[in-house]
Design a protein around this ligand. Structure first.
Ligand SMILES: [Zn+2]
Length: 603
């Protein structure tokens, strides 16, 4: 934190280290002009309500008009949000960003009638539209995306009632967020430097990475003592949220909450089942990894607060930004000339906002619209982690770039289910490259540690969440009350099963369910695991130069939302309805675990 005093002001950052937003709007005045135009167009979108039954030409006209307005709103929003993030203390851009968000909300409201009205068109009539106007063909998949769940849409009156009750139905989720972020009070604990500090969610993560074991232990125990004191309230918000999901599934004629959640992206339920099954079959690998961790940390008992500290001493793996750029090009060279060209654009056309400055939003992301460059926000520090971040965000940006250059606007985005695959594939390629070019066993060990911890946190941990989440929904659907003790008993069991005999069943961990915000996101977590496994399989195919591996991968990058996510992945060479891709990822994990086990013998 002391470091923040030396941060440059935004205007002191050399221009070549900033992103070039002038390609969106040359000046703020241009943005203002575009804003006025877009606001007028948005205000007119309501006028089309009730006209979809007028024929094919009208449907096409409405689609094109809505899309044209949306494109403008997106450009306005991206410009203001990037400007705002580069210096959140700048009032001008705060205000512009607020206005852009309001405009986006207005646009969503002005088109909210579209989907229900489209669903009111009888199937035969809609089919005839495609014959009447051949230009509608372009929108066939987009329309199918809406009509595929036709059987699960209720009458307009019933949907209206449910929509109006939305705030009420989301009440438990809101209560959780307020309790967990605002009202919860953590005690002070001792940090690495022996100072008394106020525990918080953010600090907890840092303290668990501390080399000092008593620091980790104190933070862990202090945190769970607080959750223990509030466990009945958390069980109530948890249970009510689960009941809401079950209720909405039932009213929309889905056979389960999972069925409803996965239907949103047209993901078959077997994808979820297969994940849990294969991960369970491979828990012995996580158990072995835990044995190794116990050995390397040299502890009599491996506790739940010993899982986030690096197992390997700090070796000198540091990259400055120039070295990281060069390493990125070398590591991703395997993706061929077309990919390399996109990377070149990213660096040469200033897509990337590199350094930290006063007021800049923390973290890293890739963001943009169909009409803009896929920008990247970084807060660069010379480290292995930041090299991984750079390669990760470039994966998102290259995915966006390929998609937008190969798809029309209507398919120019991609679903969450697919998004993390492009970024994680890059990380896997980087890992492979770094392992091959490591100059010492210490370096290799550090890279393997990074990989194995990433796999543990993404594949094993998120599947553990997915399994628990699904159990809770099934229990509630069967009428079992989800009391705090019942939830904790099950959570402790599942946790024990995942981490295995090398890890103590540390008191407190059975309450972890109480503090996970993702449990309020309705079957979201499994996508982290499936995405990571798919990326591992794709990278493995590319590294092993399997037939068409690279072509298939580029097909995925260029597909956008032109097909259902599962179909896009099939074209990329990964069938996510069967278990092969997860088993392949487990094999990579096992190989790297073997490598680390061998290396540490020699260290
Ligand atoms: Zn990402």
């Amino acid at each position: 934190m002391a470091e923040s005093k030396q941060l440059p002001k935004r205007e002191e950052v050399p221009i070549e280290k900033t992103w070039d937003l002038t390609t969106i709007f040359k000046t703020d005045e241009d943005w203002e002009k575009a804003y006025d135009e877009a606001a007028k167009e948005v205000a007119k979108l309501n006028e089309f309500q009730g006209t979809l039954a007028n024929g094919a030409d009208q449907l096409l006209n409405v689609l094109e008009t809505i899309h044209a307005a949306m494109r403008k709103v997106e450009n306005l929003y991206v410009y203001s949000h990037l400007k705002n993030d580069q210096d959140t203390g700048n009032n001008t851009y705060q205000a512009m960003n607020n206005r852009a968000m309001t405009l986006a909300t207005n646009a969503a409201a002005a088109t909210s009638w579209f989907e229900p009205e489209l669903l009111e068109l009888p199937e035969e009539k809609l089919e005839k539209y495609f014959e009447d106007n051949k230009d509608l063909e372009l929108y066939r998949h987009a329309i199918q995306n809406i009509t595929a769940n036709r059987d699960h849409v209720l009458s307009a009156e019933m949907e209206g009632l449910l929509a109006e009750a939305g705030d009420v139905l989301d009440g438990s989720q809101q209560t959780f967020a307020i309790l967990n972020n605002a009202d919860i009070e953590f005690p002070t604990v001792t940090n690495e430097d022996g100072e008394e500090v106020q525990l918080s969610h953010g600090l907890y993560g840092q303290l668990l990475e501390s080399k000092k074991r008593d620091v980790r232990q104190e933070a862990f125990e202090a945190l769970y003592e607080v959750y223990g004191g509030l466990k009945n309230t958390f069980a109530s918000t948890f249970q009510t949220n689960v009941k809401k999901n079950n209720y909405l599934a039932k009213t929309h004629k889905y056979h389960s909450a999972r069925h409803r959640a996965l239907s949103n992206n047209h993901i078959p339920e077997e994808v979820h089942d297969t994940l849990i099954e294969v991960v369970n079959n491979n828990l012995h690998l996580l158990h072995r990894y835990m044995e190794l961790r116990k050995k390397l940390l040299n502890v009599d008992e491996l506790n739940m607060y010993d899982l986030y500290v690096s197992m390997i001493g700090e070796s000198g793996l540091k990259y400055d930004y120039e070295e990281a750029t060069a390493t990125t090009f070398d590591a991703l060279n395997i993706l061929g000339p077309e990919y390399k060209e996109v990377l070149g654009k990213a660096f040469d056309s200033r897509w990337i906002d590199i350094v930290e400055n006063k007021g800049k939003r923390s973290g890293a992301y890739s963001s943009g619209t169909y009409d803009t460059a896929p920008y990247i926000l970084l807060n660069w520090h010379d480290s292995l982690n930041h090299l991984y971040t750079l390669v990760h965000e470039l994966g998102h940006s290259a995915h966006s770039y390929f998609t937008r250059n190969n798809q029309p606007y209507v398919y120019g985005d991609y679903s969450i289910f697919l998004a993390e695959i492009a970024s994680t594939t890059n990380e896997n390629l980087l890992t492979d490259y770094l392992l091959e070019h490591a100059t010492s066993n210490e370096q290799k060990a550090q890279i393997l540690n990074h990989y194995l911890d990433g796999f543990k946190g993404t594949v094993f941990r998120q599947t553990q969440f997915a399994e628990f989440e699904h159990w809770a929904h099934e229990e509630a659907a069967a009428g079992t009350p989800l009391t705090a003790d019942y939830l904790s008993e099950k959570y402790g069991e599942v946790n024990d099963k995942y981490y295995g005999p090398a890890v103590e069943n540390t008191a407190g961990i059975e309450l972890e369910w109480a503090r996970i915000p993702h449990f309020y996101m309705n079957y979201y977590v499994y996508q982290y695991s499936t995405g990571f496994c798919a990326a591992t399989a794709l990278a493995d195919r590319i590294i092993n130069k399997e037939e068409n591996a690279l072509e298939d991968y580029l097909t995925y990058l260029k597909a956008g939302s032109s097909d259902f996510p599962i179909e896009v992945m099939k074209k990329a060479g990964v069938d996510m309805t069967n278990k092969d891709y997860i088993e392949r990822a487990m094999k990579v994990f096992e190989d790297r675990l073997n490598q680390l086990e061998e290396i540490v013998e020699e260290l």
